[in-house]
Design a protein around this ligand. Structure first.
Ligand SMILES: Cc1cc2nc3c(=O)[nH]c(=O)nc-3n(C[C@H](O)[C@H](O)[C@H](O)COP(=O)(O)OP(=O)(O)OC[C@H]3O[C@@H](n4cnc5c(N)ncnc54)[C@H](O)[C@@H]3O)c2cc1C
Length: 383
């Protein structure tokens, strides 16, 4: 196995590093869970696009650079090294974009991908419903065909950034007689369509980044459906695979956090317990292990392979690593942790990051559900 970077890859790294050094905002942005911070993050997305860094792996025709997954990992390493802001369009670029690339028509690719890469249209994911979270096949929100439109009625919830975003994608029941995984379709909708009400959900820190979405006979053109009617479940499973697998949480994020944790330990060494030293070491090794594994997965995909149920292993690993790292940081900071300002960027602020890390085992499919998937599909255990 050859682990060294080629001269071209090193030159690419230097190019990203230089651009980030010249462009990453000097002061952290306000959290993207608040309207002010959301708009700051959108402005950052557009700045990235001006440098043609919106989504480097996408074809040039769709606002990308046509680069490979190893270059993507290098980009991410430099991105997090520079402590650049979180990607406010992550649901678009990391989840919906690859889905459209795989299942969309040429017209849909031309219409949706470039504005996504350029940060012109920010996307929210609308899958969960009050009685359909882990059990997504219980989705009830209907999309009834009326000529060349669907008429959508029902409710979605926990939609990240839907309080402010432009468009949403979700799963809807297009066959009213259907049950469970059948009869669902994957539909894109403009969040400003008449009949949609967004009700922000204030989290315990008061920020309204989540929203409930109410659909009251909302007319959405049939051309906004991705793949065939009734095939939505398979499309959504591909989207979930992108979410849990390679894209959503790149190892660079955790390697950068591990490096900050080592620095924090040095700063607080005098009062750190021997256990803390072990935890810091374990966090650093965990981030390295995740990075090596991701390079292996990227190489496998570049050789024509696919990520299947092993994306669930990935999701459990990064979410538990993130929680453990932030818990250790809280222990090192002691009572001073709570005195920190609570408005920062969750990738670069320990308290904000700690609170968010607690949600890691829940979003992108809870870790209990991932364990069920591993048990059934990877280990072949009985249900
Ligand atoms: C930070 C964050 C961001 C989110 N963003 C979005 C978003 O943008 N769009 C969106 O649609 N949703 C989003 N969600 C919602 C998320 O997908 C759901 O919270 C998640 O799927 C769990 O569903 P639930 O909350 O209804 O919990 P439930 O499904 O009610 O589960 C409750 C508990 O029971 C466990 N459980 C349930 N069924 C089983 C089972 N069969 N076996 C073992 N254990 C089980 C679960 O693991 C969990 O611990 C987000 C959630 C969070 C925390």
């Amino acid at each position: 196995m050859e682990l060294a970077y080629t001269p071209e890859q090193q030159a690419f790294r230097a190019e990203v590093r230089d651009w980030m050094a010249a462009n990453v905002p000097a002061r952290p942005l306000v959290t993207l869970e608040r309207e002010e911070g959301y708009h700051q993050h959108v402005a950052w997305e557009r700045r990235l696009a001006e440098g043609n860094w919106g989504m480097v792996t996408w074809p040039e025709a769709y606002g990308g650079r046509g680069l490979d997954l190893i270059q993507w990992l290098i980009f991410e390493e430099e991105y997090y090294r520079a402590q650049a802001p979180l990607r406010v369009n992550q649901n678009g670029i990391f989840l919906l974009g690859p889905t459209i690339m795989e299942y969309g028509t040429d017209e849909q690719k031309a219409r949706f991908l470039t504005p996504m890469a350029k940060g012109e249209v920010i996307w929210a994911q609308a899958w969960s419903e009050p009685n359909a979270g882990s059990d997504m096949a219980a989705i009830k929100t209907r999309a009834v065909r009326d000529g060349d439109h669907y008429v959508i009625s029902g409710q979605k919830t926990w939609s990240s950034r839907a309080s402010f975003a432009d468009w949403g994608f979700g799963l809807f029941r297009t066959d009213p007689e259907s049950k469970r995984h059948k009869g669902l379709s994957f539909i894109l909708f403009d969040l400003n369509t008449p009949g949609i009400t967004r009700r922000p959900i204030r989290q315990f820190h008061g920020d309204p980044g989540f929203a409930e979405l109410f659909f009251d006979e909302v007319r959405v053109p049939v051309e906004n459906r991705i793949a065939a009617e009734g095939e939505g479940w398979n499309v959504a499973m591909a989207t979930a695979g992108f979410e849990r697998g390679l894209m959503l949480r790149s190892p660079a994020r955790f390697q950068a956090a591990a490096a900050r944790l080592v620095a924090l330990f040095r700063e607080h060494r005098d009062r750190a317990s021997p256990a803390a030293r072990e935890q810091v070491l374990a966090a650093w090794m965990g981030a390295q292990a995740y990075a090596y594994n991701t390079y292996a997965v990227a190489s496998k995909i570049m050789a024509g392979g696919h990520i299947g149920a092993e994306a669930s292993l990935n999701k459990i690993f990064w979410s538990e690593l993130d929680r453990a790292m932030h818990r250790t940081a809280m222990q090192l900071l002691g009572a001073t942790a709570e005195l920190r300002q609570f408005a920062g960027d969750r990738a670069n602020d320990w308290l904000e990051g700690y609170i968010f890390s607690l949600a890691g085992p829940i979003y992108a499919g809870s870790n209990e559900i991932q364990r069920n998937i591993i048990a059934e599909r990877l280990l072949g255990l009985p249900r």
